[in-house]
Design a protein around this ligand. Structure first.
Ligand code: NAP
Ligand code: SF4
Length: 673
């Protein structure tokens, strides 16, 4: 019977010898558990929870077929029967939960961050410090054999199939295009030759694993690099990959070195599914689309509009293991939505840490963080309904405690109320919606417009949690009290008018956000606007799908972003998103000045010392984004009266605070109380 809420998403997919329960694929993600202590037990639990949550098919993080294919030194590979025993923990757990799982085989090629990396030609990638060794013809044959061995071992470990990673600029992709393949043998030169490597891999893997084993081929449908594949080459490759026995083709968008955001929060929802749509009808096997699909509504829309046969979502399953279970009964409002911030998933991986999720700190810590119902429920006051207060109060309520959540303003969300005003960060609203729903469901007593005071707190609760957040830092510059000076709160939350010429003092995450807000305005970009701004050609006229030049967007204001420290602005922004923010403000003509000493603010200017000379910048307004200080007034007052308090989030530590830490603080305290 068809699902009344999301009929396309819940339509089973018949693959002949097997059937997938629905059209959702949990896309491959490296979690860092692959190399962690006890990693296989932890991955077993991680994937099993997603299978229990009802996703149609899971693809694991990438597993190298040999040492040369490592993503980084000693990263996961599957080359022996010992590996088979370890992987069978994962497949056993997923099958017990009625799920299906494929293992991704990923050969990193020249993206391998180690000296053993190999490539079609010895050309270093712009994002790696290691120059790859050129594979000899024997080396190519050996690598193909290793793919085959890896697939056979995956089958022996009980996987339902493999995904062969042919996109994102890894080894297979490097064979396909001329900037990385300068070979003169039968694996280079003509497209026929450049395609040989992937075709031989899929062909030989199919022959080795037999017909009843899924082979998903992840095909780079849009390289987003100069001289990448042309559309006709992409189609040719898809046809040939189908011909040698792939079960499905998944979509890859952009090489890692591409200078176009493909999954970050400013990419419009479903902003790249048009690429897969172009391929529909060109091959007979099912096509999977991907990138920035994070709600069942978007997934349904994409499928209903014929953009693909199946949708891949990766990070949304970190944010909520039960995404599909909730969608099945039309309960989207209870889904914890991935906001595409990358802060706890990809950024962690780049820092060699285990991935988790900003909005769901339990992700990848399933064996460590668990909600246990309390045997002695308490009365608990949580003061402040920003990210830390929200996570703490709801987790406490799940455990059976009786919680009063005090919020002095008229709405929950704290700093997230401002974050969601930033162009491209609209999804941050979803976190507020999610917590708002949880508060109702769990019976947290939310007291809006209610200031907690010693009178209504002291002696009235078993535990008191202070999550009063932060106050914007006041700056000590002559003239800082001039009416032209605004704080980021005035601008983002109170919507105070801002003139045409603006200086921003402080170039941290919020300074960058405000610069984008003031230059771009508040209109959400359409897919076409986004693509044009970043130089992507929907018509796919040229190789790689790039426009000759990105479309110029006129900034709404003239903005100067300033900081006292020397060097490049935005150095501390997230690993995977910092470059996007830096590029975004460059596109909007934001002027940046570092190494300044602020001297004085006047009624229409700011003066500052820059390399030992005084400069004057004429402005209509100055917006202060100089970080925050903990708001601990109440905590100090209560403590002085002998009231024991727990302080979390920004109230505890404002320096380097982010929502990831705040939400995790809340959950970790709640499971202890
Ligand atoms: P922040 O990252 O600490 O940046 C504060 C900025 O203000 C710095 O550029 C600092 O630069 C300047 N500053 C500090 N004290 C000052 C003073 N007394 N006078 C003048 N300037 C001063 O704080 P934030 O931008 O408010 O961000 C808060 C947190 O939210 C951070 O953890 C951030 O990572 C996170 N966040 C991240 C993003 C993102 O990644 N896109 C977006 C929003 C927020 P100088 O000292 O060099 O002048
Ligand atoms: Fe999504 Fe951010 Fe969580 Fe990553 S950390 S899964 S991007 S919400």
């Amino acid at each position: 019977m068809s699902n009344q809420h999301f009929p396309h998403l819940f339509k089973p997919l018949d693959l002949g010898y097997t059937e997938l329960a629905n059209r959702a694929l949990m896309g491959s993600m490296h979690t860092g558990l692959e190399e962690a202590k006890g990693g296989f037990e932890r991955m077993a639990r991680f994937y099993a929870e997603r299978a229990e949550g009802g996703v149609g098919l899971i693809v694991t993080g990438g597993v190298a077929p040999d040492r040369n294919g490592w993503v980084s030194p000693f990263s996961i590979k599957l080359t022996t029967s010992r590996g088979v025993r370890q992987h069978s923990m994962i497949t056993g757990a997923v099958h017990e939960a009625n799920g299906k799982i494929c293992m991704q085989i990923l050969h990193a090629g020249r993206y391998g961050y180690h000296p053993l990396c190999v490539a079609p030609s010895a050309i270093k990638s712009p994002i790696s410090k290691f120059k790859p060794r050129e594979l000899s013809k024997r080396g190519i044959r050996r690598t193909i054999n290793h793919f085959v061995r890896c697939a056979k071992l995956a089958k022996a470990a009980g996987y339902d199939g493999v995904e062969i990673m042919g996109s994102e600029g890894y080894l297979i992709n490097e064979f396909l295009v001329t900037p990385t393949n300068k070979r003169t043998d039968e694996y280079g030169g003509s497209y026929e030759n450049r395609m040989r490597f992937p075709i031989e891999i899929v062909d030989q893997v199919r022959k080795a694993v037999g017909p009843e084993f899924m082979i998903v081929y992840r095909l780079s449908m849009l390289d987003l690099i100069p001289n990448g594949s042309s559309w006709s080459e992409v189609v040719q490759l898809a046809e040939r990959i189908e011909g040698v026995g792939a079960t499905m083709i998944n979509t890859g968008i952009g090489w890692h070195e591409a200078r176009v955001p493909t999954i970050a929060t400013m990419v419009p929802n479903g902003g790249f599914t048009w690429v897969t749509k172009r391929m529909m009808g060109q091959v007979g096997i099912p096509l999977i689309t991907t990138n920035r699909i994070n709600t069942p509504e978007i997934a349904e829309d994409v499928l209903a509009n014929g953009h693909a046969d199946m949708v891949s979502m990766a990070r949304p399953f970190l944010a909520d293991a039960d995404f599909m279970k909730k969608a099945l009964v039309g309960d989207s409002k209870r889904i914890n939505t991935c906001i595409a911030c990358n802060q706890a998933c990809l950024d962690h991986i780049f820092q060699q840490k285990t991935a988790s999720c900003l909005v769901n700190p339990r992700a990848c810590r399933e064996t460590e963080i668990n909600t246990v119902v309390s045997s002695s429920p308490k009365r608990i006051a949580v003061i402040g309904a920003g990210p830390s207060g929200l996570s703490c109060s709801t987790e406490l309520a799940k455990r059976g405690h009786q919680v009063d959540l005090f919020e002095a303003s008229d709405a929950i969300g704290g700093q997230f109320r401002m974050a969601c005003q930033i162009p491209g960060k609209e999804d941050f609203k979803e976190t507020i919606r999610y917590y708002s729903q949880l508060i109702q469901d769990l019976g947290v007593n939310l007291l809006l417009n209610t200031k907690a005071t010693k009178g209504n707190i002291v002696g009235k609760y078993d535990e008191v949690v202070i999550s009063t957040g932060v106050n914007p830092r006041k700056i000590k510059i002559e003239g800082a009290d001039n009416p032209i000076v605004l704080s980021y709160v005035d601008v983002l939350l109170h919507k105070k008018p801002v003139g045409q010429k603006v200086a921003i003092i402080g170039a941290g995450g919020i300074g960058f956000d405000v610069a984008e807000y003031l230059t771009k305005g508040t209109e959400e970009a359409t897919t076409t606007e986004f693509l044009e701004e970043w130089g992507v050609d929907e018509a796919y006229n040229d190789r790689g799908g790039l426009l000759k030049a990105p479309k110029k967007v006129l900034p709404k204001r003239e903005v100067t972003l300033m900081q006292r420290s020397e060097g490049k602005l935005g150095k501390k922004l997230g690993k995977t998103t910092g470059w996007i923010h830096r590029a975004a403000i460059r596109k909007m003509g934001v002027k940046t000045i570092s190494g300044v000493e602020y001297v004085r603010i006047g009624s229409n200017h700011i003066t500052y010392l820059d390399s030992y000379k005084t400069d004057l910048l004429s402005v209509d307004n100055i917006v202060i984004c100089a970080g925050q200080e903990p708001n601990r007034l109440l905590a100090d007052e209560l403590s002085s009266l002998g009231q024991h308090v727990h302080i979390i989030g920004g109230a505890h530590e404002a320096r380097e605070l982010d929502a990831k830490q705040a939400i995790e603080d809340g959950v970790r305290l709640a499971i202890r109380l």
